[in-house]
Design a protein around this ligand. Sequence first.
Ligand code: AMP
Ligand code: GLY
Length: 425
Amino acid sequence: MNILLLGSGGREHALAWKMSKSHHCDNLFIAPGNAGTAQFGVNLEISVTDFESIKRTCIDQKINMVVVGPEEPLVKGIYDFFQKDEQLEHINVVGPSAEAAQLEGSKAFSKKFMQRHAIPTAGYAEFTVENFEEGKKYISQHPLPVVLKADGLAAGKGVVIAITHEEALQVFEEMIINKQFGEASSKVVIEEFLQGIEVSVFALTDGEVYQVIGHAKDYKRIGEGDTGLNTGGMGCVSPVPFMDGTFMTKVEERIIKPTINGLSKEKLNYHGFVFFGLMNVQGEPFVIEYNCRMGDPETEVVMPLLQTDIVALFAAMDNGTLANANIEFYPHSCATVMAVSGGYPGDYKKHLPIEGLTDLQTDDSIVFHAGTKQLDNKVVTNGGRVIAVTSYGNNIAEAVEKSKQVLDKISFEGMYYRRDIGYEF
Ligand code: AMP
Ligand code: GLY
Protein backbone atom coordinates (compact mmCIF):
# COMPACT_ATOMS: atom_id res chain seq x y z
CA MET A 1 0.00 0.00 0.00
CA ASN A 2 1.22 3.54 -0.73
CA ILE A 3 0.57 5.94 2.12
CA LEU A 4 0.69 9.71 2.36
CA LEU A 5 1.05 11.19 5.85
CA LEU A 6 0.30 14.89 6.35
CA GLY A 7 2.13 16.95 8.97
CA SER A 8 5.60 17.83 10.21
CA GLY A 9 5.78 17.37 13.98
CA GLY A 10 6.81 14.78 16.54
CA ARG A 11 3.36 13.24 16.14
CA GLU A 12 4.03 12.62 12.45
CA HIS A 13 7.51 11.22 13.10
CA ALA A 14 5.97 8.79 15.60
CA LEU A 15 3.20 7.84 13.14
CA ALA A 16 5.76 7.38 10.33
CA TRP A 17 7.91 5.23 12.62
CA LYS A 18 4.94 3.05 13.53
CA MET A 19 3.44 2.80 10.02
CA SER A 20 6.80 1.91 8.48
CA LYS A 21 6.86 -1.26 10.64
CA SER A 22 3.69 -2.54 8.95
CA HIS A 23 4.01 -5.04 6.14
CA HIS A 24 1.01 -3.28 4.57
CA CYS A 25 3.15 -0.18 4.05
CA ASP A 26 5.04 -0.31 0.75
CA ASN A 27 5.87 3.34 0.14
CA LEU A 28 5.48 6.16 2.60
CA PHE A 29 5.37 9.84 1.66
CA ILE A 30 5.23 12.65 4.20
CA ALA A 31 4.07 16.19 3.41
CA PRO A 32 5.90 18.25 4.45
CA GLY A 33 7.60 16.06 7.11
CA ASN A 34 10.80 16.86 8.98
CA ALA A 35 14.38 15.59 9.16
CA GLY A 36 13.14 12.64 11.25
CA THR A 37 10.31 11.47 9.00
CA ALA A 38 12.79 11.36 6.10
CA GLN A 39 14.25 8.21 7.71
CA PHE A 40 11.02 6.34 6.89
CA GLY A 41 9.87 7.72 3.57
CA VAL A 42 10.02 10.56 1.10
CA ASN A 43 9.33 14.07 2.34
CA LEU A 44 7.39 16.24 -0.11
CA GLU A 45 7.41 20.02 0.09
CA ILE A 46 3.65 20.42 0.13
CA SER A 47 1.60 22.31 2.68
CA VAL A 48 -1.03 20.28 4.59
CA THR A 49 -3.76 22.62 3.34
CA ASP A 50 -2.72 22.69 -0.33
CA PHE A 51 -5.41 20.20 -1.39
CA GLU A 52 -4.72 20.54 -5.13
CA SER A 53 -1.03 19.60 -4.73
CA ILE A 54 -2.03 16.77 -2.38
CA LYS A 55 -4.42 15.53 -5.07
CA ARG A 56 -1.70 15.58 -7.73
CA THR A 57 0.65 13.62 -5.44
CA CYS A 58 -2.04 11.04 -4.70
CA ILE A 59 -2.58 10.44 -8.40
CA ASP A 60 1.12 10.48 -9.36
CA GLN A 61 2.22 8.20 -6.51
CA LYS A 62 -0.85 5.91 -6.63
CA ILE A 63 -1.64 6.61 -2.98
CA ASN A 64 -4.12 4.23 -1.29
CA MET A 65 -4.29 5.85 2.14
CA VAL A 66 -3.94 9.40 3.49
CA VAL A 67 -3.26 9.80 7.21
CA VAL A 68 -3.97 13.32 8.41
CA GLY A 69 -1.80 14.43 11.35
CA PRO A 70 -2.94 17.98 12.27
CA GLU A 71 -6.47 19.38 12.65
CA GLU A 72 -6.31 22.23 10.15
CA PRO A 73 -6.77 20.22 6.92
CA LEU A 74 -9.58 18.25 8.60
CA VAL A 75 -11.48 21.33 9.73
CA LYS A 76 -10.92 22.76 6.22
CA GLY A 77 -12.53 19.68 4.68
CA ILE A 78 -9.81 17.42 3.29
CA TYR A 79 -12.00 14.32 3.88
CA ASP A 80 -14.87 15.87 1.89
CA PHE A 81 -12.47 17.05 -0.83
CA PHE A 82 -11.44 13.42 -1.39
CA GLN A 83 -15.02 12.09 -1.20
CA LYS A 84 -16.25 14.52 -3.85
CA ASP A 85 -13.48 13.82 -6.36
CA GLU A 86 -13.88 10.86 -8.71
CA GLN A 87 -10.13 10.37 -8.91
CA LEU A 88 -9.71 10.37 -5.13
CA GLU A 89 -12.87 8.88 -3.63
CA HIS A 90 -11.39 5.34 -3.45
CA ILE A 91 -8.58 6.56 -1.14
CA ASN A 92 -8.88 5.76 2.57
CA VAL A 93 -8.58 9.13 4.30
CA VAL A 94 -7.94 8.72 8.02
CA GLY A 95 -9.77 11.68 9.52
CA PRO A 96 -13.34 12.97 9.95
CA SER A 97 -15.44 15.07 7.57
CA ALA A 98 -15.36 18.85 8.06
CA GLU A 99 -18.76 18.69 9.74
CA ALA A 100 -17.62 16.10 12.29
CA ALA A 101 -14.27 17.86 12.77
CA GLN A 102 -16.31 20.69 14.31
CA LEU A 103 -15.97 18.66 17.50
CA GLU A 104 -12.52 20.27 17.59
CA GLY A 105 -13.09 23.21 15.26
CA SER A 106 -15.88 24.79 17.31
CA LYS A 107 -16.03 24.74 21.10
CA ALA A 108 -19.72 25.73 20.96
CA PHE A 109 -20.47 22.83 18.57
CA SER A 110 -18.73 20.33 20.85
CA LYS A 111 -20.47 21.66 23.99
CA LYS A 112 -23.89 21.37 22.32
CA PHE A 113 -23.04 17.88 21.10
CA MET A 114 -22.11 16.83 24.65
CA GLN A 115 -25.33 18.33 26.00
CA ARG A 116 -27.43 16.49 23.42
CA HIS A 117 -25.84 13.18 24.41
CA ALA A 118 -25.61 13.77 28.19
CA ILE A 119 -21.81 13.50 28.17
CA PRO A 120 -20.27 14.91 31.37
CA THR A 121 -18.57 18.27 30.78
CA ALA A 122 -18.25 21.63 32.53
CA GLY A 123 -21.38 23.83 32.58
CA TYR A 124 -21.20 26.68 30.05
CA ALA A 125 -22.83 29.48 28.08
CA GLU A 126 -21.89 31.00 24.71
CA PHE A 127 -21.80 34.64 23.65
CA THR A 128 -21.21 36.77 20.55
CA VAL A 129 -21.20 40.52 19.89
CA GLU A 130 -25.04 40.35 19.84
CA ASN A 131 -25.34 39.38 23.49
CA PHE A 132 -22.04 40.88 24.67
CA GLU A 133 -23.65 42.87 27.53
CA GLU A 134 -25.45 39.76 28.75
CA GLY A 135 -22.11 37.94 28.64
CA LYS A 136 -20.49 40.60 30.84
CA LYS A 137 -23.25 40.12 33.40
CA TYR A 138 -22.87 36.34 33.20
CA ILE A 139 -19.11 36.59 33.78
CA SER A 140 -19.48 39.04 36.69
CA GLN A 141 -21.69 36.55 38.54
CA HIS A 142 -19.64 33.46 37.62
CA PRO A 143 -17.67 31.63 40.33
CA LEU A 144 -13.88 31.93 40.04
CA PRO A 145 -11.74 30.86 38.34
CA VAL A 146 -13.74 31.11 35.13
CA VAL A 147 -12.68 29.61 31.79
CA LEU A 148 -13.01 31.57 28.52
CA LYS A 149 -12.64 29.80 25.20
CA ALA A 150 -12.50 31.26 21.71
CA ASP A 151 -14.96 29.16 19.71
CA GLY A 152 -12.70 28.41 16.73
CA LEU A 153 -9.15 27.18 16.17
CA ALA A 154 -6.65 29.57 17.75
CA ALA A 155 -3.35 27.65 17.54
CA GLY A 156 -3.72 26.40 21.11
CA LYS A 157 -3.92 29.95 22.51
CA GLY A 158 -7.70 30.39 22.64
CA VAL A 159 -8.29 29.23 26.24
CA VAL A 160 -7.86 31.54 29.23
CA ILE A 161 -8.40 30.57 32.85
CA ALA A 162 -9.18 33.88 34.54
CA ILE A 163 -8.53 34.22 38.26
CA THR A 164 -10.44 37.50 38.71
CA HIS A 165 -13.63 38.92 37.19
CA GLU A 166 -11.67 41.95 35.91
CA GLU A 167 -9.28 39.69 34.00
CA ALA A 168 -12.18 37.63 32.62
CA LEU A 169 -14.03 40.75 31.44
CA GLN A 170 -10.88 42.09 29.80
CA VAL A 171 -10.22 38.81 27.97
CA PHE A 172 -13.90 38.64 26.92
CA GLU A 173 -13.73 42.12 25.40
CA GLU A 174 -10.37 41.37 23.76
CA MET A 175 -11.80 38.26 22.11
CA ILE A 176 -15.21 39.53 21.00
CA ILE A 177 -14.82 43.25 20.45
CA ASN A 178 -11.12 43.47 19.51
CA LYS A 179 -11.30 40.17 17.59
CA GLN A 180 -8.09 38.87 19.19
CA PHE A 181 -8.32 35.62 17.22
CA GLY A 182 -10.28 37.05 14.28
CA GLU A 183 -13.32 35.00 13.30
CA ALA A 184 -12.27 32.26 15.80
CA SER A 185 -13.15 34.52 18.75
CA SER A 186 -16.33 36.06 17.33
CA LYS A 187 -18.05 33.53 19.58
CA VAL A 188 -16.81 32.78 23.11
CA VAL A 189 -17.67 29.89 25.41
CA ILE A 190 -17.67 30.71 29.13
CA GLU A 191 -17.16 27.61 31.18
CA GLU A 192 -16.93 26.35 34.75
CA PHE A 193 -13.45 25.54 36.00
CA LEU A 194 -12.90 21.84 36.67
CA GLN A 195 -10.36 20.96 39.34
CA GLY A 196 -8.59 17.66 38.72
CA ILE A 197 -5.92 15.78 36.79
CA GLU A 198 -5.96 15.82 32.99
CA VAL A 199 -5.56 12.76 30.84
CA SER A 200 -5.83 12.22 27.08
CA VAL A 201 -7.58 9.12 25.75
CA PHE A 202 -7.36 8.05 22.10
CA ALA A 203 -9.75 5.99 20.03
CA LEU A 204 -10.09 5.07 16.39
CA THR A 205 -13.63 5.02 15.02
CA ASP A 206 -15.48 4.48 11.76
CA GLY A 207 -18.40 6.41 13.22
CA GLU A 208 -20.18 3.23 14.38
CA VAL A 209 -17.69 1.22 16.43
CA TYR A 210 -14.44 2.20 18.11
CA GLN A 211 -11.25 0.82 19.56
CA VAL A 212 -9.26 2.52 22.31
CA ILE A 213 -5.63 2.66 21.16
CA GLY A 214 -4.04 4.28 24.20
CA HIS A 215 -3.91 7.13 26.64
CA ALA A 216 -1.34 9.51 28.09
CA LYS A 217 -0.80 12.31 30.56
CA ASP A 218 0.61 15.43 28.96
CA TYR A 219 2.71 18.07 30.79
CA LYS A 220 1.59 21.35 29.25
CA ARG A 221 3.39 24.04 31.22
CA ILE A 222 6.86 25.25 30.26
CA GLY A 223 8.26 25.21 33.81
CA GLU A 224 9.07 22.41 36.21
CA GLY A 225 6.39 21.75 38.82
CA ASP A 226 3.75 22.70 36.19
CA THR A 227 4.52 26.42 36.32
CA GLY A 228 4.69 29.17 33.69
CA LEU A 229 3.10 29.47 30.28
CA ASN A 230 1.11 26.80 28.47
CA THR A 231 2.86 25.01 25.60
CA GLY A 232 1.84 22.40 23.04
CA GLY A 233 3.17 19.80 25.49
CA MET A 234 6.57 19.31 27.15
CA GLY A 235 6.39 15.58 27.75
CA CYS A 236 4.03 12.67 28.28
CA VAL A 237 3.80 9.46 30.22
CA SER A 238 1.73 6.30 29.74
CA PRO A 239 0.13 4.25 31.14
CA VAL A 240 -1.17 6.60 33.84
CA PRO A 241 -1.58 4.85 37.21
CA PHE A 242 -5.14 6.15 37.85
CA MET A 243 -6.35 4.84 34.47
CA ASP A 244 -7.34 1.56 36.07
CA GLY A 245 -10.27 -0.66 35.15
CA THR A 246 -12.76 1.26 37.31
CA PHE A 247 -11.93 4.68 35.88
CA MET A 248 -11.61 3.38 32.32
CA THR A 249 -15.05 1.73 32.55
CA LYS A 250 -16.53 5.11 33.52
CA VAL A 251 -14.72 6.73 30.59
CA GLU A 252 -16.05 4.16 28.13
CA GLU A 253 -19.61 4.04 29.46
CA ARG A 254 -20.16 7.75 30.11
CA ILE A 255 -17.98 9.33 27.45
CA ILE A 256 -16.65 7.17 24.62
CA LYS A 257 -19.79 5.12 23.88
CA PRO A 258 -22.20 8.10 24.04
CA THR A 259 -19.82 10.05 21.77
CA ILE A 260 -19.63 7.35 19.11
CA ASN A 261 -23.39 6.69 19.38
CA GLY A 262 -23.93 10.44 19.03
CA LEU A 263 -21.83 10.55 15.85
CA SER A 264 -23.79 7.64 14.46
CA LYS A 265 -27.24 9.02 15.40
CA GLU A 266 -26.44 12.44 13.97
CA LYS A 267 -24.96 10.87 10.84
CA LEU A 268 -21.71 12.76 11.32
CA ASN A 269 -19.22 11.18 8.97
CA TYR A 270 -16.29 10.26 11.18
CA HIS A 271 -13.50 8.03 10.13
CA GLY A 272 -10.37 8.57 12.19
CA PHE A 273 -8.87 9.38 15.57
CA VAL A 274 -10.87 10.83 18.43
CA PHE A 275 -8.82 12.52 21.14
CA PHE A 276 -10.78 12.80 24.39
CA GLY A 277 -9.20 15.51 26.56
CA LEU A 278 -10.49 14.50 30.00
CA MET A 279 -10.37 15.81 33.53
CA ASN A 280 -10.38 13.28 36.37
CA VAL A 281 -12.37 15.13 39.04
CA GLN A 282 -12.07 13.00 42.18
CA GLY A 283 -12.42 9.78 40.23
CA GLU A 284 -15.16 11.05 37.88
CA PRO A 285 -14.29 11.75 34.21
CA PHE A 286 -15.39 14.97 32.43
CA VAL A 287 -14.66 16.05 28.87
CA ILE A 288 -12.53 19.20 28.64
CA GLU A 289 -12.30 19.02 24.86
CA TYR A 290 -12.45 16.80 21.82
CA ASN A 291 -9.78 16.83 19.15
CA CYS A 292 -10.19 15.12 15.79
CA ARG A 293 -6.57 13.98 15.57
CA MET A 294 -3.84 12.42 17.70
CA GLY A 295 -2.10 14.52 20.35
CA ASP A 296 1.45 15.77 20.23
CA PRO A 297 3.48 14.64 22.23
CA GLU A 298 0.92 11.97 23.26
CA THR A 299 1.48 10.10 19.96
CA GLU A 300 5.16 9.75 20.89
CA VAL A 301 4.16 7.41 23.76
CA VAL A 302 0.90 5.96 22.38
CA MET A 303 2.47 4.59 19.16
CA PRO A 304 5.47 2.97 20.91
CA LEU A 305 3.13 1.23 23.39
CA LEU A 306 0.71 -0.04 20.74
CA GLN A 307 1.65 -3.50 19.60
CA THR A 308 -1.11 -3.85 16.98
CA ASP A 309 -0.32 -2.90 13.38
CA ILE A 310 -1.70 0.64 12.98
CA VAL A 311 -1.97 0.42 9.17
CA ALA A 312 -4.07 -2.74 9.55
CA LEU A 313 -6.32 -0.78 11.94
CA PHE A 314 -6.70 2.06 9.41
CA ALA A 315 -7.65 -0.51 6.77
CA ALA A 316 -10.12 -2.19 9.18
CA MET A 317 -11.70 1.20 9.83
CA ASP A 318 -12.22 1.59 6.08
CA ASN A 319 -13.60 -1.88 5.34
CA GLY A 320 -15.99 -2.23 8.26
CA THR A 321 -13.98 -4.72 10.34
CA LEU A 322 -12.75 -2.44 13.12
CA ALA A 323 -14.96 -4.23 15.67
CA ASN A 324 -13.00 -7.45 15.14
CA ALA A 325 -9.58 -5.86 15.59
CA ASN A 326 -7.45 -7.17 18.40
CA ILE A 327 -5.75 -4.30 20.21
CA GLU A 328 -2.58 -5.26 22.06
CA PHE A 329 -0.16 -3.17 24.07
CA TYR A 330 3.42 -3.67 25.16
CA PRO A 331 3.58 -4.22 28.90
CA HIS A 332 6.06 -1.39 29.58
CA SER A 333 5.82 2.16 30.84
CA CYS A 334 6.69 4.82 28.33
CA ALA A 335 7.74 8.46 28.66
CA THR A 336 8.63 11.17 26.21
CA VAL A 337 10.55 14.32 27.10
CA MET A 338 10.48 17.29 24.71
CA ALA A 339 13.51 19.49 24.07
CA VAL A 340 12.40 22.99 23.04
CA SER A 341 13.97 26.14 21.61
CA GLY A 342 15.14 28.85 24.02
CA GLY A 343 12.31 31.36 24.44
CA TYR A 344 9.50 28.91 23.57
CA PRO A 345 6.47 29.25 23.89
CA GLY A 346 7.35 32.89 23.11
CA ASP A 347 9.71 33.93 20.29
CA TYR A 348 12.64 31.68 19.51
CA LYS A 349 15.42 31.33 16.93
CA LYS A 350 15.22 28.85 14.07
CA HIS A 351 17.77 26.99 11.95
CA LEU A 352 20.26 26.41 14.78
CA PRO A 353 22.44 23.34 14.23
CA ILE A 354 21.60 20.33 16.42
CA GLU A 355 24.61 18.41 17.70
CA GLY A 356 24.84 14.84 18.94
CA LEU A 357 22.00 13.27 16.94
CA THR A 358 23.96 10.30 15.58
CA ASP A 359 24.27 6.90 17.27
CA LEU A 360 21.61 7.66 19.87
CA GLN A 361 19.26 4.81 19.09
CA THR A 362 19.18 2.20 21.84
CA ASP A 363 16.76 -0.69 22.40
CA ASP A 364 14.96 1.39 25.00
CA SER A 365 14.89 4.90 23.49
CA ILE A 366 13.63 6.46 20.28
CA VAL A 367 14.55 9.97 19.13
CA PHE A 368 11.55 11.64 17.48
CA HIS A 369 12.03 14.89 15.59
CA ALA A 370 9.38 17.53 16.30
CA GLY A 371 10.64 20.76 14.74
CA THR A 372 13.72 19.98 12.65
CA LYS A 373 14.79 20.17 9.05
CA GLN A 374 17.70 19.21 6.91
CA LEU A 375 19.66 22.28 5.79
CA ASP A 376 22.91 21.89 3.82
CA ASN A 377 23.49 18.38 5.14
CA LYS A 378 22.91 19.42 8.74
CA VAL A 379 19.88 18.87 10.92
CA VAL A 380 18.75 22.25 12.29
CA THR A 381 15.97 23.46 14.58
CA ASN A 382 12.77 24.44 12.80
CA GLY A 383 10.18 25.07 15.50
CA GLY A 384 9.48 25.65 19.19
CA ARG A 385 9.36 21.99 20.05
CA VAL A 386 12.44 20.38 18.51
CA ILE A 387 13.17 16.81 19.67
CA ALA A 388 11.10 14.36 21.72
CA VAL A 389 12.95 11.43 23.22
CA THR A 390 10.73 8.47 24.11
CA SER A 391 11.91 5.60 26.29
CA TYR A 392 10.52 2.37 27.63
CA GLY A 393 11.02 1.41 31.27
CA ASN A 394 9.74 -0.91 33.97
CA ASN A 395 8.07 2.13 35.46
CA ILE A 396 7.56 5.78 34.55
CA ALA A 397 10.55 7.08 36.56
CA GLU A 398 12.90 4.66 34.79
CA ALA A 399 11.54 5.60 31.34
CA VAL A 400 11.94 9.34 32.07
CA GLU A 401 15.48 8.80 33.33
CA LYS A 402 16.48 7.01 30.13
CA SER A 403 15.04 9.82 27.99
CA LYS A 404 16.95 12.42 29.98
CA GLN A 405 20.18 10.47 29.51
CA VAL A 406 19.70 10.54 25.75
CA LEU A 407 18.74 14.24 25.77
CA ASP A 408 21.93 15.04 27.66
CA LYS A 409 23.86 13.93 24.57
CA ILE A 410 21.93 16.27 22.26
CA SER A 411 22.53 20.00 22.15
CA PHE A 412 21.58 23.16 20.31
CA GLU A 413 21.84 26.80 21.32
CA GLY A 414 19.18 27.62 23.94
CA MET A 415 17.92 24.01 24.28
CA TYR A 416 15.66 23.42 27.28
CA TYR A 417 13.66 20.49 28.60
CA ARG A 418 11.73 19.73 31.76
CA ARG A 419 13.61 17.34 34.01
CA ASP A 420 10.50 16.56 36.09
CA ILE A 421 8.17 14.84 33.58
CA GLY A 422 6.19 12.16 35.46
CA TYR A 423 7.12 13.65 38.84
CA GLU A 424 3.88 12.56 40.55
CA PHE A 425 4.34 8.89 39.70
P1 AMP B 1 -8.33 23.26 25.46
O1 AMP B 1 -7.80 24.10 24.36
O2 AMP B 1 -9.81 23.15 25.50
O3 AMP B 1 -7.58 21.97 25.57
O4 AMP B 1 -7.90 23.96 26.82
C1 AMP B 1 -6.54 24.16 27.11
C2 AMP B 1 -6.28 23.78 28.53
O5 AMP B 1 -7.04 24.61 29.41
C3 AMP B 1 -6.71 22.37 28.88
O6 AMP B 1 -5.75 21.43 28.53
C4 AMP B 1 -6.89 22.49 30.37
O7 AMP B 1 -5.64 22.43 31.02
C5 AMP B 1 -7.43 23.88 30.54
N1 AMP B 1 -8.89 23.87 30.64
C6 AMP B 1 -9.76 23.98 29.61
N2 AMP B 1 -11.02 23.94 30.06
C7 AMP B 1 -10.96 23.81 31.40
C8 AMP B 1 -11.94 23.71 32.44
N3 AMP B 1 -13.24 23.76 32.19
N4 AMP B 1 -11.50 23.57 33.70
C9 AMP B 1 -10.18 23.52 33.97
N5 AMP B 1 -9.21 23.62 33.05
C10 AMP B 1 -9.59 23.76 31.77
N1 GLY C 1 -0.73 17.76 23.56
C1 GLY C 1 -2.01 18.29 23.37
C2 GLY C 1 -2.49 18.33 21.98
O1 GLY C 1 -1.96 17.71 21.10
O2 GLY C 1 -3.49 19.01 21.74
